[in-house]
Each structure stands twice: as C-alpha cells, then as structure tokens.
Design a protein around this ligand. Structure first.
Ligand SMILES: [Zn+2]
Length: 175
C-alpha cells in the first residue's frame, strides 16, 4: 500500500489508466466520489440519539467531495463491488438474521410456552458472533480501501493504492 499527493491536473481527473492495485494496464474505469474529510459532528455536550443521527446526516451531506476516475485491471475489476457487497450484503444478512431469529425465538417461546430465556439467549449469542465475524474483516478492508482526502495545505492525498501504481503515476509526470 502506498500513497501519493496528486498534482492539480491529476486531482481534476488526469490520472493514468493503470490498475490502482497492481499498476498493470487498466481495463475498467469507475468514477468514485471521495469524501475529502471525515464528517465533523459539532455541537456541545451529549445529546439525544435522534439529534446525533440528524447531525450525522447533515454533516455527511456537508462533507466536500471529489469525483475521481479509478482504474483497475481485469484481475482487480471487482474492487469496489467487493467492498459494497461486504458492506451492504453484510448489513442485509444481519437484519435478516436479526428478524428471522426474533421470529424463531418468539415461535419457540409461544409454542413451547417456555419460561426459560434460552431462545433469546441463543439469538443474542448468534447476533453478537455474527457482528464480530462481519465487522472485523469489514473494518479491516475499509481501512485499507483507496481514499482521496484533502490535506491541510489544500493538496489531495491519494491513499492505499499500489506502489506500482504510484510509480506509474510519477512516470507520467516526467516530461
Ligand atoms: Zn490490478
């Protein structure tokens, strides 16, 4: 994994058609909108969860973004798909598991008229296990995902790209 500061032309989209993972000739181009900084959630003190959620949505909407072309070779062409799948697929599976498990626990409790808490205990245990199994690889993957952010001096920093890509980018700059 490498990082590189982009020149103004590059930040405007003039990037070489090289795979951002391995530096090979690219076959796929995907335009991505990058958040140039993390959303800032201001406001004094602790507030209600609802207000925090709204603040978060507003903060997310206010984050400056930059559209950049990203390039991938045949081998890495599913780079963004993989990440979206893991994120949204994992969330969908979590909800399915949660509601499905809840329905099952309720059915068991009603049909057997049990006073014990083992059905909800099992459900909770499964959910926690699943959360760990999903969140750990996801956060690791997202931490190492290609990102562009604005530095203090206004330059755009492209991070988590392959070293071969950076070499190719620098080679393009030579007159
Ligand atoms: Zn590649």
């Amino acid at each position: 994994m490498a990082e590189v500061f982009l020149t103004r032309e590059e930040a405007e989209g003039d990037l070489p058609a090289l795979c951002m993972c391995c530096g090979a000739a690219a076959t796929t181009r995907v335009t991505r909108r990058f958040m140039l900084r993390d959303p800032e959630i201001g406001g004094p003190g602790v507030q209600f969860a609802e207000i925090l959620a709204i603040q978060r949505i507003v903060a997310l909407a206010n984050v400056p973004r930059l559209s950049l072309p990203t390039y991938f070779c045949d081998r890495h062409r599913y780079y963004w798909h993989l990440r979206e799948c893991l994120r949204w697929g994992g969330l969908a599976a979590l909800l399915t598991l949660g509601f499905g498990g809840l329905a099952m626990a309720a059915t068991i409790i009603f049909t057997t008229k049990t006073e014990s808490h083992w059905p909800d205990g099992c459900l909770l245990f499964t959910l926690v296990l699943y959360m760990i199994a999903w969140l750990v690889p996801m956060s690791r993957l997202l931490r190492n995902t290609i990102r562009a952010s604005r530095h203090g001096d206004g330059r755009i920093l492209l991070q988590h790209v392959g070293a071969e890509y950076v070499a190719g980018l620098l080679a393009q700059r030579q007159p």
